[in-house]
Design a protein around this ligand. Structure first.
Ligand code: NA7
Length: 541
């Protein structure tokens, strides 16, 4: 392969495709491009492969999808060769898996690591993307494939005084590679989303004292992680093809689906029995393998929310803490539902304290801690579990400019516009793996990623076969897709809630529901139909 080079020594040159990112998506994209004989180069900001799992090394970081689905399906040999240790693998195990994949398929040489793309400009005269990195690389490519993830643009809130803090501070999404030891320290965690809920119990066990700063109480369901026995591992390997096939067509890319039953059609006793049975299983199935009306009918949703509120009251001994931890005012499941391991029970520990920021907001960070409206909490370390500029953030910061020099972020000022969450008009030959308007974050990411990369590569093969050199969605197809994504969301309870799905966590970000909520299997069918009709909705020239 002509694209083999040492990291950081990439000469200026012309390739068929540039891939940005070396996580699940970028690795698979490179694997496929190579198989197609398309020359390519990958740029990765991190020092190694892994993407999300390279950066998110915080204590307790783990997949919320079961190991046997949170992995690639493209190679049966890989599926048989790799053995997962447990139901929900931690960050280190997933990173080892991705390193194994990179090694096994010799994917590393395709990438320049520690290399950040700062500009990608479409040259209309030559129909080429001109890609530039902060490290001085310049590459020209016919196709630009972004594989930058949906949750990779970490957000540290603008709290006055952070620079004055005398201790160390961290963001969960940019965790140091060396061990962080909180033993004997007073630690503060800001944020109770998935990252906070995964890390809080682990930090509480290590730190001398932990203060949790909570702005919005979150619902959470137990993960019930457990090691896999050798019998379970063997059985999973025997059935893996069947499991994968179910995932490929299900609503959230998991081997289960919503029950064809309404919660509202059951008696209270029947409902409780079913909720309890699913609660005992652990995992997302409680919500997403549950009744089909939970996320569309507020009355059904209230029944589910009340069930979880009861579980929180049961778990937390101090009634005032339980009250503060109990979510109200938004439907369950409309913020990304975390899975936890004894999150609520953690607040029964003597060394853990909860501060409700709605009652006593943070005013400033001071040299020795965090000052709220009523006190200064003394801290040696602060952990920001404050999330990401989801879906659009990672793309907007790449410096992408399309026809007429228009910036992608300028086009998306009022919210992202895409066709199928893959392409956007005015930016020919740009493909976004799991872009806004795709199901991605509403399901199992690797399933989504493989589907997108397969679609893109089939499309490139089609273009090559038909002699087309430019691919771009039509204005009509893009407008229709945007309207469809919006309409589907409007039929659910999601738009009611301030969540990162709605862009509500980023000050000034337009309030738009970002992913496609029609279901992963339906989306796959739509994409297939688009391809079968000669890539309907795209302009090929
Ligand atoms: P999330 O889910 O966006 O959670 C961020 C948390 O941080 C959430 O509780 C926020 O409260 C809180 N937050 C954000 N800004 C502030 C400020 N300024 N002050 C106090 N609290 C704040 O991010 P995660 O990293 O947990 O999870 C991201 C995804 O990664 C997750 O959904 C999985 O898909 C994997 P809020 O609710 O906005 O009031």
């Amino acid at each position: 392969m002509s694209d083999v080079h040492a990291a950081g020594t990439l000469p200026a040159r012309r390739v068929d495709a540039v891939v940005i990112g070396a996580g699940f998506a970028g690795l698979y994209a490179v694997y496929k491009l190579r198989a197609m004989g398309l020359s390519h180069v990958g740029f990765e900001q991190g020092g190694g492969v892994g993407g999300t799992w390279y950066w998110n090394r915080y204590p307790g970081a783990s997949s919320d999808s079961e190991s046997w689905v949170y992995s690639y399906t493209f190679s049966p040999e890989l599926e048989q060769a790799w053995t997962w240790s447990c139901r929900f693998p931690g960050q280190a195990e997933i990173l080892s898996y991705l390193e194994h994949v990179a090694e096994r398929f010799d994917l590393r040489p395709a990438f320049s690591f520690n290399t950040r793309v700062i500009a990608a400009v479409f040259d209309e005269a030559r129909n080429l993307w001109q890609v530039e990195t902060a490290q001085g690389d310049r590459v020209e490519a016919q196709f630009l494939i972004t594989a930058v993830g949906c949750l990779s643009s970490a957000q540290v809130p603008q709290i006055p005084g952070l620079e004055s803090f005398g201790g160390k501070w961290y963001h969960t999404g940019h965790w140091p590679h060396e061990d962080v030891d909180f033993s004997g320290l007073k630690v503060g965690v800001i944020g109770t989303g998935s990252s906070g809920i995964q890390s809080i119990p682990v930090i509480a066990r290590q730190a001398a004292h932990l203060t949790v700063f909570q702005r919005t109480p979150n619902f959470s369901v137990p993960a019930r992680n457990a090691p896999l026995s050798s019998e379970q591992q063997a059985e999973l390997k025997r059935n893996i093809r069947e499991i994968r096939e179910t995932c490929r067509w299900s609503t959230i890319g998991q081997p289960y689906d919503l029950k064809p039953v309404d919660a509202l059609s059951l008696s209270p006793a029947e409902l409780r029995a079913q909720f309890e049975a699913d609660w005992a299983k652990g995992g997302f199935e409680w919500m997403f393998g549950s009744f089909r009306d939970l996320l569309v009918d507020p009355r059904a949703n209230a029944l589910a929310a009340d069930f979880v509120r009861g579980k929180i009251r049961d778990a937390v001994t101090d009634p005032d803490t339980a009250r503060k931890l109990t979510p109200t005012g938004y439907p369950i499941g409309t913020k990304r539902l975390p899975l936890d391991a004894d999150y609520f029970e953690t607040f029964n520990r003597d060394n853990v304290r909860l501060i409700d920021l709605r009652e006593t907001p943070i005013e400033a960070i001071v040299p020795d801690g965090i000052r709220t409206s009523v006190e200064t909490v003394s801290l040696d370390a602060i952990v920001f579990a404050t999330g990401f500029d989801a879906m659009t953030g990672p793309l907007n910061r790449l410096g992408i400019r399309g026809r007429g020099g228009v910036g992608l972020s300028a086009k998306w000022t009022a919210g992202p516009q895409t066709y199928l969450g893959l392409c956007t008009r005015g930016f020919p030959n740009l493909f976004m793996v799991t872009g806004p308007g795709s199901p991605s974050v509403l399901g199992n990411m690797p399933t989504s990623i493989e589907q997108h990369v397969d679609f893109i590569c089939d499309f490139l093969a089609h273009a090559r076969a038909t002699g087309a050199t430019l691919i771009e969605p039509t204005a009509e197809a893009e407008a229709e897709w945007g309207a469809h994504v919006k309409e589907l969301a409007a039929g659910t309870l999601f738009p009611q809630t301030d969540s990162w799905y709605m862009g509500a966590n980023i000050p000034g970000k337009p309030r738009v529901f970002l992913p496609y909520i029609g279901g992963f299997g339906t989306y796959r069918q739509l994409c297939q139909a688009v391809a079968e009709r000669g890539y309907e909705g795209f302009c090929l020239s």
